[in-house]
Ligand binder design. Sequence first.
Ligand code: TXA
Ligand code: MG
Length: 318
Amino acid sequence: MAETGKNIVLAAELLAKGKLVAIPTETVYGLGANALSESAVLSVFKAKDRPFFDPLIIHVPSLEAATLYADFRDDRLLKLATTFWPGPLTLLLPKKEIIPSIVTSGLPQVAVRVPNHSLTLELLGKINFPLAAPSANPFGYVSPTEPQHVNHQLGKKIDYILDGGVCTVGIESTIVGIEDDKVCVFRLGGLAIEEIEKIVGRVELCINNSSDPKAPGQLKNHYAPTKPLFVGDLKELINQHSLKKINVICFGEENNIPNDAEVFNLSRTQNLEEAALNLFKFLRLADESSSDVVLCQMLPNYGLGRAINDRLKRAATR
Ligand code: TXA
Ligand code: MG
């Protein structure tokens, strides 16, 4: 198990030596390493069992710091950064020479964000390099929203876990960039599209649903528990699996659910922010329970509901 605590000085020292430190953010925990050190970045890929074709997001303390590593040529992206940073928004920007190509898997753009978590912002302010940090889970599995989740799966492979409590958003950042001169959303996430459109007008959805390795974080099977999981109309799913021991992940009223099912309600009051907070915790609990299958209800497709539905579909068995 990795040492867990709130020691920012220790975390900064370890990172400066090329070690791995899990960091809290408002979205999910990240597995942090010095983004300017190829060997440190290499150990992130190894610890996660992550293929090298899947690039990493770099984390910086401010917009000003971001300009050291990426170009803000596009006014629309600059506007999004000034409006939403620190926050659950990642921007794809032309990278500067100083960022090693292992970070971007050889792509000309680097993904950058300023996370909204006081401990991590303090840590980022103490070091003189950006942190490359993918979600702190084994590749393809559910992202961690609590320090214990990180320790449970990666504790043996990392040097320290900075304990910032439970993440307050609970779902990964929204990734935005430019394609054909249009603002594109490449990953749905903790910042709703509706909020982005208030600032830059209509955006395109460039969400990849294939198993094309060029769009890795958007792989069809991702964010997935090990147990069979099905998403759709709950009543139909329950009928189809009537002979099995089931877990139900629902939203709002608990109608037509058999008494012997174990139920995780994402939000009894149908609050999408609350549902995002509970999603990954419930997927983990369902995976650890004694049920045979997990049956999930689709959520309304607006606000954070879109990102939650996206994660459920990618977690589903096919
Ligand atoms: O909320 C988050 O974004 C969390 C926290 C820790 O910041 N991080 C996170 O990282 O979710 P990760 O590595 O699990 O997902 C990053 C996604 C991947 O889908 C990756 O393919 C995409 O971002 N990505 C990173 N750099 C990219 C680039 N240069 N071009 C295109 N996609 C990129
Ligand atoms: Mg991830």
